[in-house]
Design a protein around this ligand. Sequence first.
Ligand SMILES: [Zn+2]
Length: 385
Amino acid sequence: MRSGDGQTAVREFTITVIAPVNGPALSIRTSLLPPALAGSSYSPALATSGGNGSQVTWTMLGGALPPGIALGTGGLLSGVPTAAGTYSFTVRAANSGQSDQKAFTIRVVPDDLSRFNITRVDVATVSSAISPHVQAAIAGWESAIRGDLVHEEIPSGFFSPTFCDGFGDVVNGTWVDDVIIMVNIASIDGRGKILGQAAPCGISDNALTVVGTLTLDADDLQPLVGTQTLTDIIFHEIGHVLGFGTLWSAGATDLVTGEGTSDPRFTGPQALREWQALGGIGSVPLENTGGSGTADAHWREATFRTEIMTGFVSPVGTPNPFGRITIAAMADLGYVVDYDAADSYALPGGAALQAPPADPLGWDVADPNPIVMLMPDGTARLIPR
Ligand SMILES: [Zn+2]
């Protein structure tokens, strides 16, 4: 620096460049990866949150990906898995100066077009005490439905994360044979009242379920462990995932008259046949109490009482039979069914005018969450309901 009179002064300064402080740390946001279907493409994307904005690079830290699948440096898993099995591995996401790592498991399920398959994805911890109830309920539906043997692709990024009860990300980038059910356990409304809720969130272009969610009320489960009633409740919820009461008025399907009135009725011809075989007259009475999610979406409790798809669960110790009429309602939606899976069931004698039980164990909600149709070109169409 030079002043006007020719003198000179020198001083040293130091500038320290520091990294941007206290931004959110880089973190792997993906919680679960979808099941893969052997022989079909797989393309879910791993994602991060936070970080300092610099490029994130993904690498394998340990374990093994399914044969046929590779991890791209951008976080996209891709390829065609060749062998069924369960594969666990750990990945690392790093940018300049930050990193995170996480363990994942990919289950590769065999391709099986010989039968109707439900693939279960637990999005919460399902204890070893509750898990057999879920499996038994799934097996029950897999024996009652024999057809709709399709493959559907859920493209990478198809569902927004808020879809499917907040688990939309979990099923993006895979193929489905025939249905994926995400099982969640969470507090809904404390002890009693609502025991569970369920619905499809993605359907095929023939309006049958591809993906759905089932939430059990954590506060109600413990006393029911080991009872047939718990299996029945889960079975009932899976019925809603597959479309019972949830796809009756979706898209072009129209199987209900008198919605919102004191006398809603199911009009599907196959259920009508079974109703008349039971001695019923006219079309099939649907629940007219209990509000949204119960009314119009179940068989009428006052008429059908213990049947498994009424809106009120019988007390522990009372069977909830799976009637032919429920299987027929699934046939009316378009499923190929097997009536041999039905339990013996008769309308309670003279019960047509009885009120619902004063103290049912509880009920459930056919979840009103939005549903999208997976169009053949990979686009989504929101289904008016
Ligand atoms: Zn229900």
